[in-house]
Unconditional design. Structure first.
Length: 230
């Protein structure tokens, strides 16, 4: 266990900060995913064919390609796009996009595609009578969504969003390719330095399992809390 001690003799502090980075990226990606879902869910449910096509393209493409490819496209493609735009204004230097921002955005886009489908299913499961009642009462559509539909949508979405959170949490391991030091990257560095890959990759597995277990405990409490009376 000396390898996991804190200080110069062990890797405990490095793995601790790497775990915090994993949590930070996961939360940021989940928030970004919610924002994407709130944008594309209405498009998926829209009666206008053009808007419906846009929503379907987003969820189909993002869920149909490997997560690692999305990260590569955003990280390397984003750098190339930024350098191209900069060259138009006369700057020919190298531009590197922040690894945390790239990782959180890439995983957030992936998370958003799955969250969109979860929200769509939740809205479709709400009794149509509530839509009709709010229309008869003269409630405006934006107020209807935020005061009536959104609270019920979130309540119905919690069980499935727990799966999206687990996917998001595990997908953070893929952003190690960008150089961001999270659990997987730090485990790789420690394994290479000590030549003990089995030990450090096993530690990484335990850390991911602990995060997943604690997350599920919290999500189960939220599910119970918001399901009172149903």
């Amino acid at each position: 266990m000396e390898l996991l001690s804190f200080g110069d003799t062990g890797w405990g502090d490095e793995l601790f900060f790497a775990t915090l980075m994993t949590i930070a990226v996961s939360i940021a990606a989940m928030v970004i995913g919610f924002l994407f879902a709130l944008i594309f869910t209405p498009l998926k449910l829209s009666k206008k064919k053009s808007l419906n096509i846009i929503g379907n393209c987003y969820t189909t493409i993002i869920r149909g390609v490997p997560e690692l490819l999305v990260i590569y496209l955003l990280f390397f493609g984003g750098t190339g796009a930024a350098m191209y735009v900069a060259s138009i204004f006369g700057y020919d230097g190298y531009i590197e996009i922040n690894a945390f921002i790239t990782g959180a955005l890439a995983i957030g886009i992936i998370s958003g595609a799955y969250s969109t489908e979860v929200f769509r299913g939740a809205i479709l499961s709400i009794d149509k009578g509530q839509f009709e009642a709010s229309k008869v009462l003269g409630i405006k559509k934006n107020i209807q969504f935020y005061k009536i539909i959104l609270p019920q949508m979130l309540r119905l979405s919690i069980p499935n969003l727990s799966n999206v959170w687990q996917i998001t949490l595990k997908d953070t391991s893929l952003i190690s390719v960008t150089g961001l030091v999270e659990i997987m990257r730090q485990s790789y560095i420690a394994a290479g330095s000590t030549r003990d890959p089995l030990f450090f990759y096993s530690v990484a597995a335990v850390l991911y399992l602990m995060l997943t277990f604690l997350s599920m405990k919290l999500i189960n409490k939220l599910e119970v809390k918001y399901s009172k009376g149903y």
